[in-house]
Design a protein around this ligand. Structure first.
Ligand SMILES: C[S@@+](CC[C@H](N)C(=O)[O-])C[C@H]1O[C@@H](n2cnc3c(N)ncnc32)[C@H](O)[C@@H]1O
Length: 346
C-alpha cells in the first residue's frame, strides 16, 4: 500500500488531512497528508510502502468524521491512454488475489460529474476484465476501487467490504419520502444508515419507543421517527406539519429546546437546533449524564474556520460532562457546513 485515500465533500479536504495526520500520529505511521482544496478527496502518503492488511484499522472509515470513504491505495496510474485504460489497470494488480466487487468512481466535483458516464461503462468493463482473469470471487472480503480524479489518472485502491462505506463514492442514495415535511428528513435517515449498524437499527428503533426532537419544526426528523413507529415529543416554537401531527404519535410543545427536560427517560433525543456547536454538544452531554435519554443523534453546525478543532473541542466537552461516551460522527452526504453525531454512554 502506498497511501490512504479518503473521499469527502468538496471544501473539506483540509479537515480530512488533519484527521489523517492525527490518526497516523496516534498509530506511529510515518508519512504526510496531501489535500487540494475543492478536489473532493485527500490522501495520507506513507513514507515507506507497506503491505495492505485489511486487519489494520488505523484509517478505518468509521473512525473518521470527514471521510465518506477510506481506501488503501495499491497503485497510481498516470496519463492512461483513453483508447485502453483497462490493460494497464489489470496489469497493476498484484498476483494471487481476488475481489468480491469492483467500483469505478470519480470525485464529487464538477469535473467528477463529467466522468460519471465513463465511470459507469468502465466499471462494467473492469468487472468483465476481472472475471476473465479469474480475479472475481464473491466470497472475498475485498472490494477494488478505481478512483479517477481526472479521465487519465487513476488511484487503484482496496477496501475491506465490512469496514468501508458500502455505497459507491461513499454516498447512500436515499429517496426523499414524498409526505415528509422537509428535505432535512434525509439527514436523520442517512444518520441511521451510516452511524448505526443493522443490528442496532433493529434493536434501537422499534415501534412503541419514545423520543424527543429538539428544534423539530416543521418535522422532517420527527417524520423519520414516526415512520418507524416511535412516539415523539417535538420541541419548537415554530409550527409542525399538520399531516404529521395527525399520525397521533407526536406531542408538540412550544418550549425552549435548551431548557426542556423529559419527566421520564426516553429512548432517543435528536436535535437539529442551529446554535454554537459547543453549546449544543454540552446540552447533549447533559442529557446523557442526567439519564434523560438512552442515546442521541444531533447536528453540529460548523463555523467556517477551525472546523476540525471545533469538533474535537465539542467531543472533549461532552466527555468532561458525561464521562466515557461512545461517540460516532460523520459529515453526511446531506450535511453541508455541519456534521452529525451519535452518542451514548459506554
Ligand atoms: C434546521 S431547523 C430543524 C428542521 C427539522 N429537523 C426538520 O427536519 O424539519 C431548526 C429548528 O430549530 C428551532 N430552534 C432553534 N432554537 C431553538 C430553541 N432554543 N428551542 C426550540 N427550538 C429551537 C427553530 O425554530 C427551527 O425550527
Amino acid at each position: 500500500m502506498l497511501a490512504q485515500l479518503v473521499y469527502c465533500r468538496p471544501g473539506f479536504e483540509g479537515e480530512c488531512a488533519q484527521e489523517l495526520d492525527a490518526l497516523a500520529a496516534d498509530a506511529g505511521v510515518p508519512g504526510y497528508a496531501r489535500a487540494e482544496r475543492g478536489a473532493g478527496y485527500a490522501q495520507f502518503v506513507l513514507a515507506e510502502p507497506a503491505p495492505f492488511a485489511s486487519s489494520d484499522d488505523t484509517f478505518a472509515w468509521r473512525r473518521q468524521v470527514f471521510a465518506r470513504q477510506s481506501l488503501a491505495v495499491i497503485a497510481r496510474l498516470d496519463a492512461l491512454p483513453r483508447s485502453d485504460r483497462l490493460t494497464p489497470l489489470l496489469a497493476a494488480l498484484p498476483d494471487g488475489f481476488a475481489v468480491a466487487d469492483a467500483w469505478v468512481e470519480p470525485p464529487e466535483t464538477d469535473e467528477g460529474k463529467t466522468l460519471a458516464a465513463f465511470c459507469r461503462s468502465f466499471g462494467n468493463a473492469l468487472v468483465q476484465g476481472l472475471k476473465k482473469s479469474g480475479r472475481m470471487d464473491k466470497t472475498s472480503p475485498l472490494r477494488l476501487h478505481a478512483f479517477f480524479p481526472t479521465g487519465e489518472d487513476c488511484l487503484v485502491a482496496l477496501a475491506d467490504v465490512r469496514k468501508s462505506a458500502p455505497w459507491p463514492q461513499g454516498i447512500p442514495r436515499l429517496k426523499f419520502p414524498k409526505d415528509a415535511p422537509s428535505r432535512s428528513t434525509l439527514k436523520l435517515d442517512e444518520a441511521f444508515a451510516v452511524l448505526l449498524d443493522e443490528r442496532e437499527r433493529e434493536r434501537w428503533l422499534k415501534p412503541g419507543m419514545s423520543a424527543v426532537d429538539l428544534g423539530a419544526a416543521p418535522g422532517g426528523w420527527t417524520w423519520q421517527l414516526v415512520h418507524r413507529g416511535v412516539h415523539v415529543t417535538a420541541i419548537d416554537n415554530g409550527p409542525m406539519d399538520e399531516a404529521l401531527m395527525s399520525s397521533g404519535l407526536v406531542a408538540h410543545l412550544r418550549e425552549d429546546g435548551f431548557r426542556y427536560a423529559p419527566k421520564r427517560t426516553v429512548d432517543w433525543m435528536v436535535c437539529d437546533m442551529v446554535e454554537q456547536p459547543r453549546r449544543v454538544a454540552e446540552r447533549m452531554a447533559q442529557w446523557l449524564a442526567e439519564g434523560f435519554c438512552r442515546r442521541t443523534i444531533f447536528n453540529l453546525k460548523l463555523p467556517m474556520k477551525k472546523r476540525y478543532a471545533e469538533v474535537q473541542a465539542a467531543f472533549d466537552a461532552m466527555r468532561r460532562i458525561a464521562g466515557d461516551l461512545d461517540i460516532r460522527a460523520k459529515q453526511l452526504y446531506h450535511d453541508r457546513e455541519e456534521i452529525t453525531v451519535f452518542a451514548q454512554p459506554r
